[in-house]
Each structure stands twice: as structure tokens, then as C-alpha cells.
Design a protein around this ligand. Sequence first.
Ligand code: FAD
Length: 514
Amino acid sequence: MARIIVLTVWIIIAVSMRHIGEAKEWSLLQAPSEIQQRLIRDPLSISLASTDYGHIIHQNPSAIFAPISVTDISNLIQFSNSLPIPFGIAARGQAHSVHGQSMARDGVVVNMTALTEGRGVVVVPDGGALGPYADVGGEAIWIDVLHAALKRGLTPLSWTDYLYLSVGGTLSNAGISGQTFLFGPQISNVHQLHVVTGKGELVTCSTENNKELFYAVLGGLGQFGIITRARIALGPAPTRVKWVRLLYNKFTEFSGDQEHLIAMNGRNETIGANYVEGFLLLNQPPLDLSFYPEADKPRITSLVTQYGIIYIIELVKYYDNTTQQHVHEDVALLVQGLKFVPTFMFEKDVSYEEFLNRVHSDELALRSQGLWEVPHPWLNLFVPRSRISDVDEGVFKGIMLKQNINPGIVIVYPVNRSKWDDNMSAVTPNEDIFYVVSILRATDFDKLEAFEAQNQEILQFCEDDGIGMKQYLPQNKTHQEWMLHFGPKWTLFKQRKQEFDPRNILSPGQGIFN
Ligand code: FAD
């Protein structure tokens, strides 16, 4: 009897699963022809859209959508909305997410790079009250924005370390780098957006018009609309930079000097640094010493061996023909009184573009060795200033240094919260200064588990110790964890979702509402 009941239950489950499958098939096959003709369903394309830079999560979409125009995107979203059970839709910029954020299991991935109609970067040198700006497609990558702006002697003000990321992708997170302390993240440097909402409506928004949507989308993890155009603030471009690294053997001196440097943060500051970051050299070979002169590598290696961890401030001073004469003096003034290990200051002089595009040469080298398309178990945290020393003790020394796991690149630098707009969806710790801590590594597939276990241990340490950190580029969480992540912003985040994407269609790979 029991066997008959079990069998019957199985038959019921199997039949209903088949119906669900049919419903999914039916929905896409019944799409109007203008949508059908842009759908791609061959196995290779499906397989490419089922992975990302992380190579950790794999989710097959039902199809990839290659829009030519913004109207195509709107039609797709409206079609999904018209169904009894809508399918998920994820905009895919460059898929440089590491945890499936640009995927849509059984849904549709929108290949933003397919957009062609009315695209390109339009630079407006005299934007009246706004100053110079660029109108760029959400699918554009930042290197193209840079090239277009440089042709007019202009540049975006706030950057990411790597420029082959899409404008829509970084604006959905924050977009941070060594200029953030001065100008805020990239989301603080946008005047206006064109967005297709989760209802399929095309809306232009700014702090003046449709501001709720504007604030929702910036840092909104793709939950409220697809950014199809952004008006980005520009300023005069320098031509060259002095690129300086200072080595420290004590964390408190390193962070104290970083905070001193970011305290000079008036937008028109001429005496301060234009860029401040920092990172760690852990005594876990191989050490990346490619920045330093050959003759100095042995003494840097012995410093790392002696102290276990060396902390490095990276700062940059921009210059051009008019400031060239005194840039040397400016750098000397900037580093005066800083507490780095005497004689451990290193400097390069490179073009502005070479500096901004510095990660690309690493990418090319890694690609040539087959080391780019590998798993990337990354962890990105925002740590309140008051607890950063505890992270040094508990995470860098307490966990990472003690375990024989390649630390990869560990980036640590403070930013000023006053440069962030709390109306936006992006989440930060609640202190005037907080630190970006990015633990960026690559591994073979067979070692991935050990890296993920260490990341978990780091998160657990932060939780147990009440560090009060927030994850940047947050990875899939439980409902409870998302509520905690957004904290006081959760209610508003939910309300905005209800208003702009009530059927939970957009960016399902983030795992917030599904
Ligand atoms: P995708 O991975 O394609 O998408 C990310 C999310 O945004 C998804 O949910 C997607 O659905 C959504 N989305 C994509 N396009 C749109 C759109 N037009 N409208 C609405 N939603 C959209 N980040 C920093 O802040 N600073 C750094 O210095 C930095 N360096 C990086 C270096 C490397 C090598 C890599 C791989 C990543 C780095 N990142 C950095 C992280 C990066 O900013 C994010 O992963 C960002 O999402 C990548 O953009 P993407 O175009 O690849 O987005």
C-alpha cells in the first residue's frame, strides 16, 4: 500500500513538473514575433550566459535576448509581465559579477552589448549648470567612455580599478576606486538616467524628475530597471600622473596616513592626492613585485619575510603641462611626515590613461596563461573605520596569514561617507569613514572549496565580532540576511521594488526577491 502511495505522489510530481516545463516553453514560443526574432537559444549561447567571471555559479537561462533598441527591451519586459507566471529577466553587461548576479535561471538574459540603435558616447563639453558631461549607453564600457572624453580633453571623475566593466553594471553597484574619497563612487557622479522599469516603462530620471526611480536604480543591484543611458559628470583631464607606493610595517601607521590623505577632500583641492588606495603584501609567495625596480625587490622581499605583512599606500598625483614644473614638489609635500618605512618609497611616471587602465595589462598576461577564465572566489567588504584594526588582527593576521591559501590581491583603503548619497540604494556602514576591503583571488577548480571556506570563516569572524561591515557586490543571501544587509533601508528597498518591478522580474540572479 505504502509503495502505491509513494508511486502515486511521484506520478503527480512528475506530471506537474512537466506542466511547469510546458508553461515555460509555451511562454517563450508564444512571444510576439518582434521578440521571437531577437531570442537566441542555441546551446553554446545558453552555456555562455550560464556563467560569469566568478565561475562558481551556473544557471541556464531559457534564452538570450539580443535587443537592437531600447524598445526591444521594453517589449520583452512587458511580454513577461503579460504572462500568468512571468519569467525573470537579467541585464548582462560584461558578466564580471562573481556570484551569478547577471544570470536568470529558466528566464531570459539580455545581452546589453547587442544594442546598436542610437548608441555611442556623446561628450558635451559645455553642459551649462551641469558642467561638462557625457551621455553614454548603459551597455558602454568605461574604457570607451574614457577614450571619447579624452578626445575633448575631459574625463569622468570617479572610476573603478578596471575599465572593461559596463556603465549599467557598475552603476547598479556603486563603482569605487582610489578617487572615491574625493568624488564619491560612480553613482555619485551621474546627472540623469534613462531606465526601462520592471513594468516595461521607459523613464528618464534624475534628482529633479522621477527621483525615486533615480535613487532606487543607483546601487540598486538591477532590481528596479534596466539602465539604457546615463549622463556622467566630467572634468578636465590631466595628461600624466605620479604614481607612488609607500611601504609600512605597522597597520596603524598605514591606516592613519591613509586617513590623513583622504582628509584633504575638497573637490577643487590642489594640494591633496588625486587617488588613494592601499593593499597588503602577505608573506605567502609568490609575491607580486612587478611595480618595483629590480634592484629593490630583494629588500622588499626581506621586509615582507621579517614582518609577515607589509601594508602599501598607493597614491597618485595628476599633472599636465601647466603643473608639471611643481609636481615633484607637490608629491614631496604630500608624503612629508608620513610614517612609511624610511627609503621604502617608490614612484613611477606614466600617462593618465596608462594609470587608469593599469589592470588591463594584468588581464592580457593572465589570459595568455589561461588564468583569466578560472574561479574567482572574491570577497568585498565595507568595514567601519572604528573596527578596521580588528579586521587587521582577526582577518589578515588571524585567518589569512595563518592559512596556506594564496591571498591573491588584498586591497584596503578608506573612503568618506559624506561623498555617498544615502537616498540611493547602495549600502554602507554608518560611520563617517569606512574602509573598502577587497580580497580578490583566482584559483583552480579543485581548490575552490578551500577558498570559499576561508571566505566563510572571514564572514563568520565579522559576524561573531560584531564588526558591522557591509558586503559590497553582495552574494546570494537568505531573506533574513538580505534584510540585515539593507538594515534601515530594507523597507524602502521593498517598497521601491513593489513600485517599479512589482512582479519581481528583474535581475533574479541577485537572489533578493526570489
Ligand atoms: P554584470 O555582471 O553584467 O551585471 C551586474 C548586475 O547588474 C547584474 O545583476 C545585472 O543584471 C545588472 N545589470 C547589468 N547591466 C545593467 C543595466 N544596464 N541596468 C541595470 N542593471 C544592470 N567594482 C568596483 O566598484 N570597483 C572596482 O575597482 C572593480 N574592479 C573589478 C575588477 C575586475 C577584474 C572585475 C571582474 C570586477 C570588478 N569590479 C569592480 C566589480 C564590478 O563593478 C561589478 O562586478 C559590475 O557588476 C561589473 O559590471 P558588469 O558590466 O560586468 O555587470
